[in-house]
Design a protein. Sequence first.
Length: 95
Amino acid sequence: MQFPHMVYYDNTLSKTVLVFKDHREYVPVKPVVYFNDIVIHFASSYEGRVEAFKYITGTCQKGAVLISEALSHLYFPLFSEKREDCIWINYGTLY
């Protein structure tokens, strides 16, 4: 499974944009639903992953979503995940 480098919601298209190295894909759901659909394959939920991240790191805001520790896919929100213009960056693709 290939994971996008960046994820954001496009209000004009009413779709989530998945930005890969060489192309873009569009899904007709919000980013939170997209992440939830992915982590359910790893026996978890979006809310569970965010709460676990906040608990482990001792943070209260902008919890990252750990998709897979083994694959180093961790998405950090640049803004509050509640904002429509939130952009999610995949830590595993930064290096």
